[in-house]
Design a protein around this ligand. Structure first.
Ligand SMILES: Nc1ncnc2c1ncn2[C@@H]1O[C@H](COP(=O)(O)OP(=O)(O)O)[C@@H](O)[C@H]1O
Ligand SMILES: [Mg+2]
Length: 363
């Protein structure tokens, strides 16, 4: 074969490969990236001059794919896979050594490898963008749902608040009129207790719906947090749960309502204690970035069922047995965090337990 003919054949192989790679990429299922990479590796292998003796390995995004296991003493060329301008893996072509003739990679082969690596890089970029968009969309939908729930809740809470105040007021009046009649007084006390309980529920609902008057001022969050934890010291001891507080600096300033901040920590810690096993450890971590204060609360309990994660911030969602929980704590926390323009995220810890992360802007 003449060298021109040979060169032409190589060029055709190369173009065929590029065409194949493009159509493999075009048909990519974002959940089956591994299949795409494998197909690309085999397509590339065919394009090499000594394709029988060439093996391709791709390593990126937690995948390690190769057309053959190990190639020892092989000559190799590499191309970097970059995603958003960061090196995120590479393509390697190995050429098995042979005694017969001096085999080397062609310059064109390096170019081909570079070319395909660029294509895969932009495919992975596209997938990452899609994933981010999908998760952003889910977050928005959830925020929307919680927003609507907030409005409904605020309406209900308002409506109930006035009659409740009336029930309480009239019951107190009646009680003072009935000083002599012991039984009637006991009944009225029940009315009063129930009305007070309902008023607490309404108050929490108003918190969730950010309907409570707020008094924001510049405060140092550190004593606030320490205070809330001290208040719960006895509860920790009673439940035989341990805790550790990790605070980066003694002063971390932000604009917030101090009572509401205490309420956030209180609610999260009460849950953490409730779900902690005996001798379990609850960790409270506070760190700062330039713009935010970040509060992490971790426990060693059972964590969340994946399906529940969507619902835990909704009012009245609870997995606790009746009497143990009203399902309002986290909705209150969510309301407060939102009214401070912050974010709250719940997730399972890798090992065990739940993690709540609250990000509050400093101003
Ligand atoms: N630290 C935690 N570990 C596991 N599950 C939790 C934790 N905190 C909250 N949850 C889940 O979120 C639900 C709602 O919590 P919350 O709104 O505080 O209401 P309640 O405490 O009354 O159940 C809980 O019932 C539980 O299922
Ligand atoms: Mg709770």
């Amino acid at each position: 074969m003449s060298t021109t003919e040979q060169a032409l054949k190589e060029r055709i192989k190369e173009l065929t490969c590029l065409y194949e790679v493009s159509s493999i990429i075009g048909n990519t299922d974002e959940n089956l990236i591994e299949d795409t990479l494998t197909a690309v590796a085999f397509s590339l292998k065919k394009a090499f001059q000594y394709s029988e003796d060439t093996e391709i390995a791709i390593s990126t995004s937690g995948f390690l794919i190769s057309t053959c296991n190990v190639v020892e003493n092989a000559e190799s060329i590499q191309s970097e896979i970059s995603i958003f301008n960061e090196n995120k893996g590479q393509f390697t072509a190995y050429l098995k050594p042979s005694n017969a003739l001096e085999k080397v990679f062609l310059k064109e082969e390096q170019l081909l490898l570079d070319n395909v690596a660029i294509k895969i890089g932009s495919l992975l970029e596209r997938i990452e963008i899609q994933k981010n968009e999908a998760s952003l969309k889910r977050q928005m939908e959830r925020a929307d749902r919680l927003g609507i729930l907030g409005e409904i809740t605020a309406g209900i809470a308002h409506e109930i608040n006035t009659p409740l105040a009336n029930i309480l007021g009239f019951a107190e009046l009646l009680k003072s009129d009935l000083e002599e009649r012991k039984e009637s007084i006991a009944d009225i006390d029940k009315i009063i207790q129930n009305a007070i309980f309902s008023r607490e529920v309404v108050k929490k609902l108003m918190f969730f719906a950010c309907e409570m008057p707020q008094e924001k001022k510049r405060i140092n969050i550190v004593p606030n947090i320490k205070n809330a934890i001290n208040l719960l010291d006895a509860t920790f001891r009673k439940a035989q749960v341990k805790y550790i507080v990790k605070i980066e600096e003694e002063e971390m300033w932000l604009r917030a309502d101090p009572i509401q901040l205490t309420q956030i920590i209180f609610n999260l810690l009460m849950n953490a204690i409730y779900f902690s096993p005996k001798e379990g450890l609850v960790t409270v971590e506070v760190t700062t970035t330039k713009k935010d204060i970040i509060l992490n609360i971790l426990d060693e309990g059972k964590g969340f069922e994946i399906d529940d994660l969507e619902k835990i911030f909704q009012p009245f969602f609870t997995t606790k047995p009746t009497g143990d929980g009203s399902g309002l704590g986290l909705s209150v926390v969510h309301g407060i965090v939102a009214s401070h323009k912050g974010r709250i995220v719940a997730q399972n810890n890798k090992n065990k337990g739940a993690i709540f992360t609250i990000t509050l802007p400093k101003d």
